[in-house]
Write a protein that binds this ligand. Structure first.
Ligand code: AMP
Length: 195
């Protein structure tokens, strides 16, 4: 199963992907996680991406497409994967279509977690507070001001990705404002209807 989780930052894509990887035994491919690892390891890509990420802007299509192209070729991704945070622009979606077509593969569904953008800022303030309370590092880009920039990038560049998959008949919508358990149940329902 090859899935894409769509929705603005803070919509719960990471949380839901974590459960789905257990259920389907396929990896979550999060470009945000991969970029954060590259920044932490100070690789050449990490050095390029650091300031862009801290400002809440988008890293170049070329970098993230390259990362995903390499990652989907790895052994654990051969049975499928869940893309989280990619594609974030129409150019990335088109590059993904081309790289999968070259391997004779396709996406089974793109699932959009639909959320109220106004409420997301509150959600992200909670995420930062919870991380702090648990003694975990707080993401620099979870600062409320930077988060607003990330949301603006979403509406400017990423919102157009949803129609890309709708046009292919692959888009499924789930209410992302419900509880984590209810969102999980809606996702399970969508996925059981796929096979
Ligand atoms: P995320 O964890 O998905 O919210 O991503 C954190 C940050 O990484 C984003 O704000 C961007 O700076 C960068 N990033 C992650 N995925 C992408 C992508 N597909 N395209 C461009 N930038 C990305």
């Amino acid at each position: 199963m090859r899935l894409i989780l769509l929705g603005p930052p803070g919509a719960g894509k990471g949380t839901q992907a974590n459960r789905l990887i257990e259920k389907y035994r396929i990896p979550q491919l999060s470009t945000g996680d991969m970029l954060r690892a590259a920044v932490a390891a100070a690789t050449p890509i990490g050095l390029q991406a650091k300031a862009v990420m801290e400002a809440g802007a988008l890293v170049s299509d070329e970098i993230v497409v390259g990362i995903i192209n390499d990652r989907i070729g790895e052994a654990d991704a051969q049975r499928g994967f869940i893309l989280d945070g990619f594609p974030r622009t129409v150019a990335q979606a088109e590059a993904l279509d081309a790289m999968l077509a070259a391997k004779g593969l396709k996406i089974d569904a793109a699932i959009e977690l639909k959320v109220d953008a106004q409420k997301l800022v509150g959600r992200i303030v909670n995420r930062a507070a919870e991380a702090e309370a648990a003694g975990l590092p707080v993401r620099k880009d979870d600062d409320p001001e930077v988060f607003k920039t990330r949301l603006a990038a979403y509406f400017r560049d990423t919102a157009a990705v949803t129609p890309h998959y709708a046009a292919k008949g692959l888009l499924q919508e789930v209410d992302g404002m419900a509880s984590i358990a209810d969102v999980a149940a809606s996702l399970d329902k969508v996925l059981s209807n796929l096979s």
